[in-house]
Design a protein around this ligand. Structure first.
Ligand SMILES: Cc1cc2nc3c(=O)[nH]c(=O)nc-3n(C[C@H](O)[C@H](O)[C@H](O)COP(=O)(O)OP(=O)(O)OC[C@H]3O[C@@H](n4cnc5c(N)ncnc54)[C@H](O)[C@@H]3O)c2cc1C
Length: 297
């Protein structure tokens, strides 16, 4: 197996153009497992860890651009304020070792329906920046990126360069069901983002369909029903103003209806649908309390 180690993005694109069969390697936390278990035997590995720019992030015009090699540890340490949903999801990934090596770009590259970055990226309205030497840059909205189980819109000669995520202008929450709290693949997961300036709600569902996906009907319903001008703290344990039990229930039902889960070793389809509805109601309650608190402050 050949080992290619570019040190610039231009070299990386050239290597991918000349060897489309070369498998990109970032943190290696998916790739090395697959190689060790003989699931994959690529003709070459394209090690991107020498391309320094991929490890950088920046904010401009209200959008955070995360290089494909930004690790979960960096997201947690440096981006909790700008990207709270993604940072919450990052905290649930694997163990400290995995969070130090594993990257958001690698999660996108793997495109597993259970990947934890996907729901918050969908809810926030992120877009994936990909590039090839011959065809240049394409920016793919997250909800058009996932095509099937571990299949994405990435072409064989393309690499993921970055992901662009709007800086949070409202509360964001992530919730994950697993058999324990750490080192666990999601049985299912859910992310919610409130976009108060646009009076819009974003959702992301993980591990409950062949791809991560949004719940557009639930988003439209909630965006129209929420009393966005509501303010003041809510008495603890009580539904926040504007969130009556019927609205919460309906939102949960619409999110569950958007999922298309299967029975597998981690859970049944029925359990996943139920859990998606529960997480949708919970994250909405947390986010709405935050929204009202911010307005009251
Ligand atoms: C013990 C353990 C626990 C884990 N726990 C979790 C968890 O809780 N949640 C979770 O979501 N995941 C988990 N994972 C999976 C893995 O850590 C994540 O998917 C991680 O984000 C992969 O990132 P990476 O940088 O290591 O990717 P890599 O393994 O380097 O690459 C992953 C895939 O992306 C492709 N790729 C990488 N970079 C690029 C690029 N720039 N352009 C195009 N393609 C690219 C690779 O070719 C490969 O197909 C776990 C893995 C292990 C081993």
């Amino acid at each position: 197996m050949d080992f290619l180690r570019p040190t610039t993005w231009r070299e990386a694109l050239a290597a991918k153009a000349e060897r489309p069969g070369a498998l990109p390697l970032q943190g290696g936390t998916d790739v090395m497992v697959e190689i060790n278990f003989d699931v994959r035997r690529p003709e070459a590995l394209l090690d991107l860890t020498g391309v320094a720019e991929l490890r950088e992030w920046s904010v401009a015009g209200g959008v955070c651009r995360l290089g494909a090699g930004v690790t979960y540890a960096t997201v947690i340490d440096e981006l909790g304020g700008a990207l709270p949903g993604l940072a919450q999801a990052a905290r649930t990934v694997g163990s400290p070792q995995i969070r130090n090596r594993g990257t958001v770009g690698g999660n996108l590259g793997a495109a597993s329906p259970a990947g934890d970055s996907h729901p918050p990226l969908l809810a926030a309205g992120a877009a994936v920046e990909v590039e090839s030497r011959e065809r240049g840059i394409r920016t793919i909205p997250a909800d058009a990126f996932y095509l099937g189980v571990k299949r994405s819109a990435l072409e064989p000669d393309e690499l993921i360069r970055a992901v662009r995520v709007p800086v949070a202008a409202g509360p964001q929450y992530f919730s994950k069901v697993g058999t324990r709290n750490a080192m666990v693949i999601a049985v299912c997961s859910f992310a919610l983002a409130l976009h108060p300036q646009e009076r819009r709600v974003g959702t992301g569902i993980g591990s409950a369909a062949p791809t991560p996906l949004r719940a557009p009907e639930a988003e439209d319903f909630l965006s129209g029903e929420l009393d966005w001008d509501a303010g003041g703290p809510s008495p603890s344990g009580r539904p926040a103003k504007g969130l009556d039990a019927g609205l919460l229930r309906r939102f949960g039902e619409l999110c569950a209806a958007a999922a298309a889960p299967i029975d597998d070793v981690r859970g049944t389809a029925a359990y996943r649908r139920h859990a998606v509805a529960v997480m949708a109601r919970r994250t909405l309650t947390w986010a709405w309390d935050d929204h009202r608190g911010r307005r009251a402050a």
